[in-house]
Design a protein around this ligand. Structure first.
Ligand code: AMP
Length: 341
């Protein structure tokens, strides 16, 4: 049986399909018609399934087309945000690389917090009611896309004022559930890992930081003129980062503890790429505010490998390619069920 590798045309599709091609797979892009001209520029995409909306990937026709080609779908942030973890679990009748269940743990704030605590990660304090706000907090929408509509507050009063401004500007629908979290002052850092169920080993691949508008632009405005400006947190891109070598041991430990915690709480646990996201505070202690249980777009920086991948691999290795290597090895052993769900 010849397996093909498929993904949705967004987020990190180029990297995923280029990596799959390098490992000898035929590649399939589930592509919105409006983006066809973008993706046609790249010769490593072999086949297209066209949709108007990504939700259509779960339609009977598309599911049969994917299964006829023995496709394995590589999930990424757009699959989670546009199709939804629940629909991926219930309606996408095609093998998915990694654990679908973990996508649900990533999407639900309460489950997410539970897993992070189980993994022993330091997390920011959360507030169940705006009236309890006694410090700088960041207010997040449930299921927000790329930080859109997040705002800061430092008291119940500023919470209600800022919420009203946001509702007026229609960034938040009235009554949208909000999640209030202590704002950790420090530098944001995103750690990208790969856990291989075939070898039982955790690989640390890369680090990035996000480039977010407008928060990363505020430094260009003199402080005395910032009075009326409010930061927003919409991701525009990513920039590369390495950290002090003395911090690396803790980075490995966090990844390993995360993998063990996921196996305990949500078997079969983590399979493949994931990312732990947080801030180093003033004591150089890492406080984690998020995780992603699949490939993140920050790995797009490293299509030839990161500053860390040469310690693990002899040649170039992207996260997209690493996924394809795992699929190839699993298929060769007849163990695809160990890496897909
Ligand atoms: P998220 O959607 O949770 O990844 O957050 C988007 C962005 O908001 C992050 O990349 C950070 O810049 C910022 N952010 C989120 N949570 C916190 C926090 N607890 N403390 C400081 N900054 C945060």
């Amino acid at each position: 049986m010849m397996i093909e590798v498929a993904t949705l045309g967004s987020h990190c599709a180029l990297q995923v399909l280029k990596g799959a091609k390098e490992e000898g797979f035929t590649t399939i892009l589930v592509c919105q018609r409006k983006r066809e001209s973008l993706y046609r520029r790249f010769g490593f995409i072999d086949e297209y399934i066209f949709v108007d909306s990504f939700k259509e990937v779960t339609s009977t026709d598309n599911v049969s087309a994917l299964n006829e080609r023995h496709a394995v779908i590589v999930p990424h942030g757009t699959l989670v945000s546009e199709v939804g973890a629940k629909n991926v679990i219930e309606d996408l009748g095609v093998p998915v690389f990694g654990s679908r269940r973990m996508l649900l743990w990533e999407s639900d704030r309460e489950l997410k917090e539970r897993l992070m605590r189980e993994a022993g990660l330091r997390t920011p304090k959360t507030f169940s009611s705006p009236d309890e706000i006694d410090r700088l907090v960041i207010v997040k929408l449930h299921g927000a896309k790329g930080g859109l509509g997040y705002f800061l507050a430092e008291s119940p009063k500023s919470y209600y004022e800022n919420l009203e401004k946001l509702t007026m500007s229609r960034k938040v629908g009235g009554g949208a559930p909000l999640y209030i979290q202590e704002y950790v002052v420090g530098v944001p850092v995103y750690f990208e890992y790969f856990y291989s169920p075939l070898s039982g080993e955790l690989e640390f691949h890369s680090i990035d930081r996000r480039y977010e508008t407008t928060v990363d632009g505020l430094g260009r405005v003199p402080a005395r003129m910032q009075g009326s400006l409010r930061p927003s947190y919409v991701v525009v891109g990513n920039t590369p980062l390495v950290i002090r070598e003395s911090l690396l041991e803790q980075v490995f430990k966090m990844g390993e503890d995360f993998v063990s915690a996921a196996a305990r709480l949500a078997p079969p646990g983590m399979i493949g790429p994931f990312c732990i996201e947080g801030v180093y505070d003033e004591n150089t202690e890492f406080v984690a505010f998020e995780f992603s249980a699949r490939i993140v777009a920050g790995t797009n920086l490293y299509t030839q490998g990161s500053p860390y991948t040469p310690f693990l691999f002899d040649g170039p290795m992207s996260m997209g390619r690493r996924i394809a290597v795992e699929i190839r090895k699993a298929a060769a052993k007849g163990s695809l069920s160990k890496v897909t769900t």
